[in-house]
Design a protein around this ligand. Structure first.
Ligand code: URA
Length: 234
């Protein structure tokens, strides 16, 4: 891989800035200063430093975000997006949200630049189970729980079976394998109720890290990445 591409891929700078930094002698490969931005590096074996700092390159990046309300699940918009919550170094990596949460929904959102994985996880065939915590405007009675679990009409679409676990009259968890626009809100509307608060707590193999404050993020662990990749067909 070209040296300037590797530097940009680590989020340290743009490709153009990388070229300038290399020319200025700010980059070493295996202990030697390299001034040619096209220098071919072996990203798996060579030790590259930028301004004295050792770099770790990985092809894809995976971030767990605890999305706050009021922020859009988009990469660019007039309004604040989930990407705006990240530092510049991560913003340069071409991350995008894997799926969408409504503007006023909180919780687990995977940000990655692994297009094929994201495409697979979001495909209707994949049935990634998403678990949400909800608070409702009115109590949810047992017959409504049964209707939600069997499938309800959300407007030209009948939802697949879901699982509902109530923790109080108006609060509970719902697990769905689909990802229709506003699905949980529409499902609750279909049984004459209204979602007042919604937070995603699980997305397939991922569980929201309870130590992540709202608006905060962290890279996925090796185990979390392996669990996500594990469900991909070869
Ligand atoms: N269902 C909704 O209604 N909103 C979300 O953000 C996610 C699922």
């Amino acid at each position: 891989m070209r040296l300037d591409k590797l530097l940009a891929g680590c989020g340290k700078c743009t490709r153009k800035e990388a070229g300038r930094a290399v020319a200025k002698g700010l980059v070493t490969v295996n202990g030697k200063t390299v001034k040619d931005k096209t220098f071919d590096v072996n990203e798996a074996a060579d030790e590259v430093t930028f301004c004295g700092e050792k770099l770790f390159y990985s092809r894809f990046t995976y971030i767990m975000l605890n999305k706050p309300s009021g922020v859009l699940s988009a990469t660019e918009d007039k309004e604040k997006t989930v990407i705006d919550l990240l530092p510049k170094e991560l913003q340069r990596l071409g991350l995008f949200p894997c799926g969408r949460l409504d503007k006023n929904t909180e919780g687990l959102l995977l940000l990655t630049n692994n297009g094929p994985l994201s495409h697979f996880l979001l495909s209707p065939k994949c049935h990634v189970v998403k678990k949400y915590f909800f608070t409702l405007a009115s109590p949810l009675i047992e017959s409504d729980v049964q209707r939600l679990e069997s499938g309800v009409d959300i407007g030209e679409y009948v939802t697949a079976p879901a699982r509902v676990t109530m923790v109080s009259e108006k609060e509970g968890y719902i697990e769905i394998g689909e990802g229709k626009y506003h699905q949980i809100k529409l499902m609750m509307n279909a049984v004459g109720n209204k979602v007042e608060y919604l937070k995603r707590v699980e997305f397939g193999a991922l569980s929201l890290d309870k130590s992540l404050e709202i608006g905060c993020f962290r890279p996925l662990s090796e185990e979390e990445i392996a669990a996500l990749l594990d469900c991909m067909p070869n």
